[in-house]
Design a protein around this ligand. Structure first.
Ligand SMILES: C[S@@+](CC[C@H](N)C(=O)[O-])C[C@H]1O[C@@H](n2cnc3c(N)ncnc32)[C@H](O)[C@@H]1O
Length: 274
């Protein structure tokens, strides 16, 4: 009885977009726990290891759902490595890029690990002004811009050789996904690439019977489309859906199930725009 009531309350708060607030309060409890305080202090005293400042815990929470600094730094590095390994496997040399984009860059968890890529214009964009404000002040090797929830981006046509979007397409309904895919195509050079990560097959056990049926039927499964852009809006993609629908106008040149090592256990796709 109590459990059922708790579930209903949590369900209602979630649909109203308020669960993030509840989670944040709960997370704050974690932040205030001696284990997290000591762990974060140890990490901050040791430095980031990459020479760049570490964002405040409240910003880390906005992109990662955790206040854990060690996690933020280690998995950001793994995300970077997943990208560079994928490029290498596909014989793409990032040192030859003129410009690359981290779309939905958050507070720079992954872009910070590209700071040694000299002679490449490194750009990041996000629709959250707090995250971009921090990046602009602290990650001075890159150029940061803000966009709205819906396109466009403030870049000219064919500016970028490469863009990546880690756990970004995972937080919108279908209309926004198609609109953003078209916009990213506009700013990428012909022959350029987009690397993206999605919630795929590995998330099946957490789906309801109906959601699983739709997923297996090649449909997109969207939870709380009315909260698009927030992490609480969650989208699940089968490989068939990405290949047959989302990747229209481009080619899937690489697919690694659970390959997003910085966003476990998301799938990784490399798309080429013709
Ligand atoms: C789960 S976080 C991932 C952040 C970052 N890519 C990373 O891996 O650390 C999702 C990010 O997408 C951003 N986002 C959501 N909708 C967006 C949109 N329409 N345009 C740009 N960024 C968006 C959010 O603000 C948030 O920073």
């Amino acid at each position: 009885m109590v459990i059922a009531l708790k579930r209903r309350i949590i369900g209602a708060l979630t649909d109203l977009g308020m669960l993030e607030m509840v989670n944040e309060a709960r997370g704050l409890g974690t932040l205030l726990s001696p284990k997290t305080i000591l762990g974060n202090r140890r990490c901050r005293n040791g430095g980031s290891g990459d020479g760049w400042p570490i964002p405040p815990a409240r910003l880390i929470y906005l992109v990662a759902g955790t206040y854990n600094v060690e996690w933020f730094l280690a998995l950001g590095r793994r995300g970077h490595d997943a990208i560079t390994d994928t490029l290498r496997r596909n014989k793409i040399d990032p040192r030859k890029f003129e410009a690359m984009l981290d779309f939905g860059c958050g507070c720079g968890r992954v872009i910070r690990h590209f700071s040694d890529l000299k002679n490449v214009e490194i750009c990041g964009t996000d629709y959250n002004g707090k995250l971009i404000g921090w990046c602009r002040e602290n990650l001075t090797f890159a150029k940061f811009g803000m966009n709205e929830l819906s396109p466009p981006l403030d870049y000219p046509d064919s500016k970028f050789d490469f863009a990546y979007a880690l756990s970004v397409f995972t937080h919108w309904g279908q209309d926004l996904e198609f609109a953003w895919m078209d916009e990213i195509r506009r700013v990428i050079k012909p022959g350029g690439h987009l690397l993206m990560t999605t919630h795929g097959q590995s998330y099946l056990p957490g789906l309801s019977d109906d959601e699983r049926r739709r997923f297996n039927g090649g449909e997109l499964v969207v939870r709380r489309a009315h909260l698009a852009g927030k992490n609480i809006c969650t989208t699940f993609f089968s490989e068939a859906y990405v290949r047959e629908n989302l990747s229209r106008g481009c080619r899937v040149v690489d697919f690694v199930p659970e390959g997003a090592r910085g966003n476990p256990t998301q799938d990784l796709y490399l798309l080429r725009f013709e």
